[in-house]
Design a protein around this ligand. Sequence first.
Ligand code: SAH
Length: 329
Amino acid sequence: MFSKSEIINLLKDESQNDWLFSYADKIRQKYVGDKVHLRGLIEFSNICKCTCKYCGLRYENKDLKRYRISSNEILKYAKNAVSLGYKTLVLQSGEDSFYTQEILVPLIKEIKKLDVTLTLSIGERSFEDYKAFRNAGADRYLIRIETTDRNLYKELHPNMSFENRLRCLSDLRKLGFEVGSGCLIGLPNQTIESIADDILFFKENNFDMIGVGPFIPHPQTPLNNSKQGSFELALKVMAIIRIMLPDINIPATTAMETLNPNGRIIALKSGANVVMPNVTTKEYRKKYEIYPNKICINENPDKCRFCIENKIKSIGRTISNDYGFRIKT
Ligand code: SAH
């Protein structure tokens, strides 16, 4: 297992990249196999009360046209995704308090009748909310820590608290969710040392899924003039995470594909085993603009499904037919 100083050296030393990527690929194959899990992503609301400085959905971005998808329409996308073969659906949104327990609990129950696993990614909620979602049948929850550097966290997340983020992660674990977390790479003032701490934090908490993505500056945010995160560095962080947490699920993130036209395939060959294609239609895709130049904003769910399947097959991998839980080794 890598120590903090070994992680820092690996992240700084370009000459290690090829070795790192191919070793992470070997570990991926040994522990989670050649099957790729697809998770169908439904971005159901871009309304957000938070003001995260990097995110285009932030409350203060008044240029963004906001939307909420009704439960009926969400269900329609869910059914279509299931007919396309998805075994996991992910409901993601901004921090939108419109979606109370009263709305989400019946929706979760309806989706669970479709014989799929369900992941929620809707931000910070109370223990009671998480408990209600879990009792309704939600299986997994994604909430990235974003950065473990407390000063940077404070700087980037006005009116939020790092402690509450930790509380959420711990509540979710207590309630028996499979818990996913992750971080952004290349945030302004983020150091390599703090990224090493992020990786150690993931290891210590033994999360079931870790998503890593490069920071992409959004024009309507306070970080509009900041430097974009590096694709290579995000890929290296991902590869190190695979080596340190060999049996977890790791997505080839959409942000990686935004920075490199072949980003998800490169990620799948460097430790990743999950892809999360969008299963809504184009009227919403463009508006869920957490960062600019999101991929596939003019596509529809069928096309994305077959496009990604072809790419996956082209590297000798296949699509998994099971629910894609973490199988602990
Ligand atoms: N509201 C939910 C979902 C957030 S969107 C939550 O708080 O968990 C999902 C992820 O998009 C975030 O966790 C963040 O890591 C990422 N993201 C936001 N803005 C981004 C940007 N400018 N560049 C890259 N990734 C970004």
